[in-house]
Design a protein around this ligand. Structure first.
Ligand SMILES: [Zn+2]
Length: 123
C-alpha cells in the first residue's frame, strides 16, 4: 500500500474528480490494506436517510465517506501542485522515504533510521 493515513491525495476518478487545473484533493482518513482501498475526507460521500429513532429523534440525513480503490488516488506533491507518482528511496540515515518522481521532493518517511540501509545505499 503506497498511501498512508493523513496523506493528502488527488482523486482521479468518479464524480469527485477534478480536472488537471483544479485537482480534487483530500486527506486520507483511513486505509484498508486488505481491500486495497482508502477513505478520503469529503470524497465518495453517501447520504443515509435515517428514520427518527430514540438516539436520533430528528431523523434526517447522515453523510459518510465510502472507501475508494487506492489505485484511483495519487499522492499530492506541493511543489508540482498535482498528483504524482512516487518512488521509494533510503536517505543517508537509512530511513525509507517516499519521494515525488517528478521533482524529487520528499513525501515523508516510512521508517526509522536503519544504518544497514544507509551503508548499502551509499548516497
Ligand atoms: Zn513533485
Amino acid at each position: 500500500m503506497h498511501i498512508r493515513k493523513d496523506d493528502i491525495v488527488v482523486v482521479l476518478i468518479g464524480d469527485d474528480a477534478g480536472d488537471t487545473k483544479s485537482p480534487t484533493t483530500g486527506r486520507v482518513l483511513r486505509v484498508l490494506p486488505k481491500e486495497n482501498k482508502v477513505v478520503v475526507e469529503g470524497i465518495n460521500r453517501v447520504y443515509k436517510h435515517m428514520k427518527p429513532n430514540r438516539r436520533n429523534p430528528q431523523g434526517g440525513r447522515l453523510s459518510k465517506e465510502m472507501p475508494i480503490a487506492a489505485s484511483n488516488v495519487l499522492l499530492y506533491c506541493t511543489t508540482c501542485r498535482r498528483g504524482v507518482r512516487m518512488g521509494k528511496r533510503y536517505d543517508n540515515q537509512g530511513r525509507k522515504e517516499r519521494y515525488c518522481k517528478k521533482c524529487g521532493l520528499s513525501l515523508g518517511f516510512l521508517s526509522k533510521p536503519r544504518p544497514r540501509y544507509a551503508q548499502k545505499s551509499g548516497r
